[in-house]
Design a protein around this ligand. Structure first.
Ligand SMILES: Cc1ncc(C[n+]2csc(CCOP(=O)(O)OP(=O)(O)O)c2C)c(N)n1
Ligand SMILES: [Mg+2]
Length: 300
């Protein structure tokens, strides 16, 4: 592809709009991301298994979005002027549940019902069961088009609200995404920001081997998007770029976030089988030890 790429790698683009985290804000967000990872392990412990890998790889993105970027009100989940988050890769829902619970959309004790019959936390998110879930996802490849519709609707209603969408790199194999990408660019959806969680793995192997869509930056740029590539665990980069949309006037924005699947659990990081973790008691103890070790690095 010969399309010019507007990509900025490890972005620190000088911009009058670009905001920065203070030292204290960053420490707070690190603690929040750790809490999200603890919530994810708590649900796995309750349900004995679940899609942990992809939930853990987006924990830092979710922490920054819910705790520093998005305008949402847990006491009024249907507030018309809220920002929306669409978890297109719905199987990563343990990450979403972890963030919504931490933010106060529901009691944390609900996390312990994961995997139980009639739980409000099903294996894929259900907006009719849980406040804060914006739409039902799980069948990959639908969230981007839904997000585009939301973003267009918000603009037509004169709202300032933004739509944040999280997709998996394996999810990009679904052809419907590329219709959604073309439509978002056609409609110049400046209020739409997509994160691609490029953890390099999908359900049954490396994304590049199962269905290679690289170079992602050029591909998205060729669809008319403004593209940036960042380290998806770098809280500063997530914040600075997520608060800088639209990256270019008249275009939707996409962040390709390089992440590590199952980030935070030393024995599981980048290991395929933790896409869906059937947890043994020993692994759960090890996970807690790993998270305790992270916590010690955050002590004052
Ligand atoms: C339409 C559809 N086809 C297949 C699946 C089964 N499936 C669940 S997760 C997954 C892999 C997704 O990989 P990726 O988007 O990279 O997510 P990750 O877990 O790496 O974060 C697949 C194929 C699905 N959920 N929906
Ligand atoms: Mg993946």
């Amino acid at each position: 592809m010969n399309t010019p790429v507007t990509m900025i790698t490890d972005c620190h683009r000088p911009s009058h709009k670009m905001k920065r985290l203070t030292h204290e804000e960053k420490r707070g967000l690190k603690r929040t991301a750790l809490k999200l990872r603890r919530n994810i392990v708590r649900m796995i412990k309750a349900g004995k298994s679940g899609h942990a890998g992809g939930a853990l790889s987006i924990a830092d993105i979710l922490a920054v979005l819910y705790f520093k970027v998005m305008s949402v009100d847990p006491s009024n989940p249907g507030w018309e002027d809220r920002d929306r988050l669409v978890l297109s890769a719905g199987h990563k829902c343990l990450g979403l549940y972890a963030a919504l619970a931490e933010k106060g959309f529901f009691e944390k004790s609900v996390l312990d019902t994961y995997g139980a019959l009639n739980s409000r936390l099903p294996g894929h998110p259900d907006m009719y069961k849980l406040p804060g879930v914006e739409c039902n996802t799980g069948a990959l490849g639908h969230g981007l088009s839904i997000s585009g519709g939301m973003a267009l609707g918000l603009r037509l209603s004169g709202k300032q609200s933004r739509v944040f969408t999280i997709m998996g790199d394996g999810e990009l194999a679904e052809g419907s995404n590329w219709e959604g990408a073309a439509a978002a660019s056609h409609h110049k959806l400046e209020n739409l920001l997509v994160f691609i969680d490029r953890n390099g793995l999908q359900i049954c192997g490396p994304t590049a081997e199962i269905m290679n869509y690289e170079p992602l930056d050029q591909r998205w740029a060729s669809f008319g998007w403004s593209v940036r590539v960042i380290n998806g665990h770098d809280l500063d980069m997530i914040y600075e770029n997520a608060t800088d949309i639209p990256f270019e006037p008249g275009k939707p924005s996409v962040i390709i976030a390089d992440t590590v699947k199952a980030k935070g659990l030393s024995f599981a990081e980048g290991v395929l089988k933790y896409h869906y973790w059937k947890a043994t008691p020993e692994e759960l103890s090890e996970a807690e030890r790993d998270l305790d070790a992270i916590e010690r690095t955050l002590l004052p």
